[in-house]
Design a protein around this ligand. Structure first.
Ligand SMILES: Nc1ncnc2c1ncn2[C@@H]1O[C@H](COP(=O)(O)OP(=O)(O)OP(=O)(O)O)[C@@H](O)[C@H]1O
Length: 259
C-alpha cells in the first residue's frame, strides 16, 4: 500500500533523508520512531509530495505520488500533523467537515452524508461536546483529537499521523492507539510516528526505526524492540523487560532501582 524506495532529501545542502526504503502493507499499523531531528516529519512530507525528494520514489495505493495532484492525493492519504498552532477561525465541527473536502479546504458542495460522516468521526473520538466550540479556543490535546477526527472523516485508505498522542493525557493516548488498531482492522493502512517505544511495541504490527543516518532497522515489534536497537537510538539509556511476552522499555536508571 505504501512503498518508499531509496528516498533522498536535502534541506539546501544539508542531507536529511539518506536512501530510505520501506514498505507498509495494506491494513498494517506501522510505527516509526527515532530521535529528535532524524527526519520523521520530513519523511511524511516527502511521502505526500509537500516536499520534493531529489532521488527515489514513493508509491501509494499503486500511484507514483510525484505525479499526483493535490486533490488526488487527498483521496489517498489523510494527514494528522504533529501540532497545529496557526489561527484557524472555524468551529470544531467545521474543521472535521473539512476532511470531506480536504483539497478545497472549505465547505463547497457539502452534503447531508458529509455532515453525518463528520459527526460520526466526532462520536468515534468521543468529542461531540466540542462540536460548537471555536477551534482556536481548544487545548493542544483537544486540537490533536479534532485533527484525528478530521482524518477519519476523510475516509482515505492510508492515514499518516505525526506523533498523534504527544499532547494527550494517558486515557486519550490509549484511546487513540486502540482506535488506530480498530481503523486498521477495517483494512486502512496507518503510518504513525511516536517517541514512545512502548506504544510502538504494544500497538504496531511493524516498526521502522530511524536514526540520523537513515533507517536503522525494521520488522515486527518483537524483532525490533531490543536493547541493542534502543540503546543505539537512545544512547544506552534503556532496558527491555518482557512481561508475559509483552516487551516493556524502561529507563536503565529505573530498572536498576528494582534489580
Ligand atoms: N524547513 C526546514 N529547513 C531547514 N532544515 C529543516 C527544516 N525543517 C526541518 N529541518 C531540519 O531537518 C531535520 C529533520 O527534521 P524533522 O522535523 O523531519 O525531524 P523529526 O524526526 O520529525 O524531529 P522531531 O522528533 O523532533 O519532531 C532537523 O535537523 C531539522 O532541523
Amino acid at each position: 500500500m505504501l512503498k518508499v524506495k531509496n528516498i533522498h532529501f536535502n534541506y539546501g545542502n544539508t542531507p536529511v533523508l539518506n536512501d530510505l526504503s520501506f514498505n507498509v502493507e495494506e491494513g498494517q499499523l506501522c510505527g516509526l520512531f527515532g530521535p529528535n531531528g532524524c527526519g520523521k516529519t520530513t519523511l511524511f512530507k516527502c511521502c505526500m509530495n509537500f516536499l520534493k525528494y531529489k532521488e527515489g520514489a514513493v508509491v501509494m495505493d499503486g500511484v507514483d505520488i510525484s505525479e499526483c495532484k493535490i486533490e488526488d492525493m487527498a483521496k489517498i492519504v489523510a494527514y494528522v500533523p504533529q501540532e497545529h498552532k496557526p489561527p484557524f477561525p472555524y468551529l470544531v465541527k467545521e474543521v472535521v467537515l473539512m476532511g470531506r473536502t480536504p483539497h478545497l479546504g472549505g465547505f463547497f458542495g457539502i452534503s447531508k452524508n458529509d455532515k453525518e460522516k463528520a459527526w460520526d468521526a466526532l462520536k468515534l473520538l468521543d468529542i461531540t461536546h466540542l462540536a460548537d466550540i471555536p477551534y482556536n479556543q481548544l487545548s493542544g490535546g483537544q486540537r490533536q483529537m479534532v485533527l484525528i477526527a478530521r482524518a477519519i472523516a476523510q475516509e482515505t485508505r492510508i492515514i499518516f499521523l505525526d506523533e498523534p498522542t504527544s499532547a494527550l493525557d494517558f486515557s486519550n493516548q490509549m484511546r487513540i492507539w486502540d482506535l488506530m488498531r480498530k481503523v486498521k482492522e477495517q483494512g486502512i493502512t496507518i503510518l504513525a510516528c511516536s517517541h514512545d517505544p512502548n506504544h510502538v511495541s504494544w500497538f504496531c504490527d511493524k516498526v521502522v526505526v530511524m536514526n540520523r543516518d537513515g533507517i536503522l532497522c525494521q520488522g515486527t515489534p518483537h524483532d525490533v524492540i531490543t536493547e541493542s536497537v534502543l540503546n543505539d537510538v537512545y544512547q544506552d539509556m534503556c532496558t527491555v523487560r518482557s512481561f508475559d511476552g509483552v516487551k516493556m522499555v524502561l529507563p536503565r536508571s529505573v530498572s536498576s532501582r528494582f534489580g
